[in-house]
Design a binder for this molecule. Structure first.
Ligand code: CTP
Ligand code: CA
Length: 228
């Protein structure tokens, strides 16, 4: 068994993954959310376990099961997700696959807003912390390899290149989520790997499990290069 462990590409590594949407409460019964099944992030976490890593998965509310062998921390809001991510560090590899709400209601109303015949007051929104940018920008304790995801409906590669520079991550996994592709909530994904130097690798459409395995194999190679 020892021999087998030693051969796994992520043996001895701690991998942190975010997955799923966030829910930003409006009142006790309502929230703002992103569309995300968590399937791709969870598949990456499962593949990292197969590759021998210790894996912490910080997950927003999802309807899919916890991947076996993973430590799952469940959160709802973006701010809870950031706190859980910081508590889970240090990590050798951090993969931010969650669809984090960009904004949250400025205040959560303590009681249910009632439908009383008039429209409610317009929602005031404030910006959420950017979890990926916060972790990638750390001067101490930055994971050696930080990977972001980008879900785009237009100008996929252009936007991914801008994001990599803006957020300070090492790699972006970009996918086209325009309605025709059926990626959102579906079981398949077609991704582009965009690196810091602007290089792009486009993969064929594959099952999300297979995309997860291939991504993890690639991250393990990059990590091995960096630490050698
Ligand atoms: N992300 C994050 N925290 C946020 C927003 C995004 O960690 N508050 C992460 C996502 O998990 C993803 C990456 O940043 O890995 C890109 O998210 P995306 O929504 O595509 O980028 P934004 O910068 O929010 O830009 P926009 O939504 O306008 O495209
Ligand atoms: Ca966003």
């Amino acid at each position: 068994a020892g021999r087998e462990t030693a051969q796994k590409p992520l043996a001895g590594r701690h991998v942190l993954v975010t997955s799923g949407p966030t829910h930003e409460p409006i009142d006790p019964v309502r929230y703002l959310a992103n569309r995300s099944s968590g399937r791709q992030g969870h598949a990456v976490a499962a593949a990292a376990v197969e590759a021998g890593a210790r894996v912490t998965l910080v997950s927003g509310p999802v309807a899919i099961p916890d991947p076996p062998g993973v430590t799952v921390v469940r959160v709802e809001s973006a701010r809870e997700m950031l706190a859980a991510v910081e508590a889970a560090l240090p990590a050798d590899l951090a993969i931010f696959a969650a669809a984090v709400g960009d904004w949250r209601p400025a205040e959560m109303r303590p009681g249910k807003i009632k439908k009383d015949g008039s429209l409610p007051a317009p929602l005031q929104l404030v910006e959420n912390p950017d979890i990926l940018a916060t972790i990638a920008g750390r001067s101490t304790g930055r994971p050696p390899l930080v990977v972001g995801f980008a879900a785009e409906t237009d100008a996929v590669l252009d936007n991914a290149r801008k994001k990599i520079a803006r957020k300070g991550c090492d790699l972006i996994v970009a996918n086209d989520v325009s309605a025709e592709g059926g990626v959102m909530g579906g079981t398949e994904n077609s991704v582009h790997l965009v690196s810091r130097d602007g290089g792009v690798e486009t993969w064929p459409k594959l099952g999300k499990e297979e995309v997860g395995r291939r991504l993890v194999a690639r991250f393990a190679d990059l990590l091995a290069q960096r630490s050698s």
